[in-house]
Design a protein around this ligand. Sequence first.
Ligand code: ZN
Length: 133
Amino acid sequence: MNKIEHIGIAVSNLKEAMETYEQLLGTACYKLEEVESEGVKTAFFKVGESKIELLEASNENSPIAKFIAKKGEGIHHIAFDVTDIRESMKELAEKGFQLLNEQPKDGADNKLVAFVHPKSSNGVLVELCQEKP
Ligand code: ZN
């Protein structure tokens, strides 16, 4: 793992949360993106070397809708930058971590992503992400 790439925060109202985080971080959102396959609308902010990703559900079956129904708004996942996502997935699986994906998939912000089950990492959903070439 190279660094914390971003922290994902589940929000119920993206527009309002964006205004809050623009105030909090003192910087404007640099990218708005909908990932239809995941049922999310995302807004990214740069904070030094890392980013904040706000996530709003775009339909009621979205994992974000389920997360908010269960736990309320808050930190949803921590994403680590990796150099070779397939290699990292293989290594983690060999160490006994339970992965939620068998293959990397397209994520927001030009990334290949895969997730580690929170049961494997003390309740934290971990995202691996690799910048697409
Ligand atoms: Zn993420």
